[in-house]
Ligand binder design. Structure first.
Ligand code: DGL
Length: 263
């Protein structure tokens, strides 16, 4: 059981920011990543559609004999985690709780802003997770739907991204939050622009490292940590070559290659 792989998925390249953190924290694990590039973005879809798509992908990962599934997508974590846990036989971990935890640890004025997709914002998942742990926290949310295609297209340094960031983040600056959760796994790809726009007094919380620590603790607690040599296997449901280029850049690994897999 210990040597079985861990399944990780997102709608596209965003979850690779989580995969990168998992690689660093858990170098002995075999990681299978699925980018649902045929269906990206998840962020504006209904809860029903996101749940259906997430289930399809998670069932595929389960069929690969994984010991654990990591939902490296905030939208799917916010909308489908309960169903995934009910329908699957392997344990499932999401990104919302670790993100909320990291933000509470970071804030000093208890004003936290959440940047996310429409689906994540509407689900109120972060608001609930933060206020469950910290009753006096004030949570401000901002949907940033255009950040996802900009990240998918590799527009991290493009002037268009700066303009859009100004537009989305002006009300976030005005909210007085001292901590901003990058509540979509695509957003760390645009971290430099977001940091410049928010200014030096605001801390950005990227839940990747906290999630990796949560996964490590889970494996240890359940005696599931692998001891063999780690590896990465990538699948994409469409355009695997484009996905491969993005993955090579993000992971800094020229040898990784995505296989096309329709689910
Ligand atoms: N990266 C995903 C998230 O964390 C989904 C983005 C999208 O597909 O809209 O929410």
């Amino acid at each position: 059981m210990k040597q079985k792989p861990i399944g990780v998925f997102d709608s596209g390249v965003g979850g690779l920011t989580i995969l990168r953190a998992l690689r660093r924290a858990l170098p002995h694990e075999k990681l299978i990543y699925f980018g649902d590039t045929a269906n990206v973005p998840y962020g504006g879809k209904s809860k029903k559609a996101v749940t259906q798509l997430s289930l399809q992908v998670a069932r595929f990962l389960q069929s690969q004999g994984v010991k654990l599934i990591v939902v490296a997508c905030n939208t799917a974590s916010a909308q489908a985690l309960g169903t995934l846990r009910k329908q699957l036989t392997v344990p499932v971990l999401g990104v919302i709780e670790p993100g909320a935890q990291a933000a509470i640890a970071a804030t000093r004025n208890h004003k936290i802003a959440v940047l996310g997709t429409q689906g994540t914002v509407e689900s109120q998942a972060y608001v609930k997770a933060i206020q469950k742990r910290c009753k006096n926290a004030r949570v401000f949310q901002q949907a940033c739907p255009l950040f996802v295609p900009l990240a998918e297209e590799g527009y991290a340094q493009h002037p268009a991204t700066q303009l859009i960031a100004q537009d989305y983040l002006t009300p976030v600056r005005e909210s007085g939050a001292d901590t901003v959760i990058l509540g979509c796994t695509h957003y760390p790809i645009l971290k430099d622009v977001i940091a410049q726009t928010m200014g030096p007094r605001v801390q950005l919380v990227d839940s990747a490292d906290t999630l990796a620590a949560t996964v490590a603790a889970f494996l240890k607690e359940h005696h599931l940590a692998a001891t063999a040599r780690g590896s990465v296997k990538l699948y994409a449901s469409d355009a695997p070559d484009k996905f491969t280029r993005a993955a090579q850049k993000l992971l800094g690994q020229k040898t990784v290659r995505a296989t096309l897999k329709k689910v």
